[in-house]
Design a protein around this ligand. Structure first.
Ligand code: FAD
Ligand code: MG
Length: 307
C-alpha cells in the first residue's frame, strides 16, 4: 500500500481522464492517473472535428495533453492497468473512500474518476479489423470528408445501419451492403432510393486492398472507404465491480451519470466515451472538465461534513 491518500484516482489517462486531471491539478489536489495506453482511436493516424487539433495525430493530441497536465506538481502518472476498485467499508472511511489495485500495489483515494473508454467489437469479416481507422470507420464526421466524395460502402450490422446509409450520401455516393443483417422494408427501400443509395445483397466475404469488398457472388466492389456500426463494451470491469448503474443503448451499455458526471455511487464520477452515448474527442474533453470540477465539488462538501 502507498502512503499517499489521493483526492482523486483517475482510471484512464486519455482525453477525458486528462481533462479531469487538469481541473483537479489546477485546484492543487493530489491526483493519480492510471493508464494502460489503449486509446479507442489508436488505429487512426488523424483525428478530426476537435477545434484547434483538426487533422492532428490522435497520439500527438494525447501526448500534448499529458505533457500539459503533468506540469502540475500534485498530479502523478502511473502506467499500468487498474485491476480492481472498491469502496472501503463505511466505518473505515476516515480519510479514504476507495481502494484501487494496480499489479500488487494498493492505492487509496477519496474519489474515483472512471475515464476508461470503450472497446469496439468489430464485425467478424476477413480483413476488416486490420483496416479499422484506416479505410473502415464508424464515424462519418471523423473520417467522411477525407474520402473526397469517392464511393462509400456501408456494411450493415443490423437495421441500425439504415442510419449510416441515409447519412453517408452527404459524403459520397453510397452503397448499402445488406450482408444478411436485415431486410429493409418497402419504406426503408424508398428512403434509400430517395438518398440515391445503391442496395447490394450479395454477402461480404472479405475486405482486401485499400477497401475492396469481395462479394460472395465473385464480384469486387472497390470503394474509397467503408463504414460499419460496431457494438461496444466499457473497456474495464471496474464499473461492474463497483455495481454502477448503466445506460443501455442499441449498440452497448455505458456508465450512467447525472449531468455533472457523478455515477450511481457517490464519490465515483465517469466521463468520456465510457459514460456517454455520443463519442468524440471534443465531448470526452468537455466531459472530463465536468467530472474534474464535480469531483472537486464533492471533496469540498465532504470536507465540510466530515471535518
Ligand atoms: P479513450 O481515448 O478510449 O481512453 C481510455 C483510456 O483508458 C485508454 O488509454 C485505456 O487504456 C485506459 N484504460 C481503460 N481501462 C483501464 C484500466 N482498467 N486501467 C488503466 N487504464 C485503463 N473522435 C473524434 O473526435 N475524432 C476522430 O477523428 C475520431 N476518430 C476515431 C477513429 C477510430 C478508429 C475510433 C475507434 C474512434 C475515433 N474517435 C474519434 C472517437 C475517440 O477515439 C473517442 O471519442 C475518444 O478516444 C474518447 O476518449 P476517452 O478519454 O473517453 O477514452
Ligand atoms: Mg480518458
Amino acid at each position: 500500500m502507498t502512503d499517499t491518500i489521493y483526492d482523486a484516482i483517475i482510471i484512464g489517462g486519455s482525453y477525458a481522464g486528462l481533462s479531469a486531471a487538469l481541473q483537479l491539478g489546477r485546484a492543487r489536489r493530489q491526483v493519480l492517473i492510471i493508464d494502460e495506453g489503449l486509446r479507442r482511436n489508436r488505429f487512426a493516424a488523424h483525428s478530426h472535428g476537435f477545434l484547434t487539433q483538426d487533422g492532428v495525430d490522435p497520439a500527438a493530441i494525447a501526448a500534448n495533453a499529458r505533457a500539459q497536465v503533468m506540469t502540475y506538481p500534485t498530479v502523478r502518472w502511473l502506467s499500468g492497468r487498474a485491476e480492481t476498485a472498491q469502496p472501503l467499508p463505511a466505518d473505515t472511511r476516515t480519510k479514504a473512500w476507495f481502494k484501487v489495485t494496480v499489479a500488487d500495489t494498493l492505492y487509496l483515494s477519496k474519489t474515483l474518476i472512471l475515464a476508461v473508454g470503450l472497446r469496439d467489437i468489430l464485425p467478424a469479416i476477413d480483413g476488416l479489423a486490420e483496416r479499422w481507422g484506416k479505410s473502415v470507420f464508424h464515424c462519418p464526421y471523423c473520417h467522411g470528408y477525407e474520402l473526397n466524395q469517392g464511393r462509400i460502402g456501408v456494411i450493415a450490422g443490423s437495421e441500425l445501419s439504415m442510419h449510416h446509409a441515409l447519412m453517408l450520401p452527404d459524403w459520397g455516393p453510397t452503397t448499402l451492403l445488406i450482408n444478411d443483417a436485415f431486410e429493409p422494408t418497402k419504406d426503408q427501400l424508398a428512403s434509400l432510393a430517395a438518398r440515391g443509395v445503391t442496395v447490394e445483397r450479395s454477402p461480404v466475404q472479405a475486405v482486401t486492398g485499400h477497401a475492396d469488398v469481395q462479394l460472395a457472388d465473385g464480384r469486387t466492389l472497390s470503394v474509397s472507404g467503408l463504414f460499419a456500426l460496431a457494438p461496444f463494451e466499457v473497456a474495464s470491469a471496474i464499473p461492474h465491480q463497483l455495481g454502477l448503474d448503466l445506460d443501455q443503448g442499441p449498440l452497448g451499455a455505458v456508465i450512467k451519470t447525472d449531468p455533472m458526471k457523478e455515477t450511481s455511487l457517490p464519490g465515483v464520477f465517469a466521463c468520456g466515451d465510457a459514460a456517454r452515448a455520443m463519442a468524440s474527442v471534443a465531448l470526452a474533453v468537455g466531459d472530463g472538465n465536468l467530472a474534474g470540477t464535480s469531483a472537486h465539488r464533492f471533496l469540498l462538501s465532504e470536507a465540510i461534513s466530515h471535518g
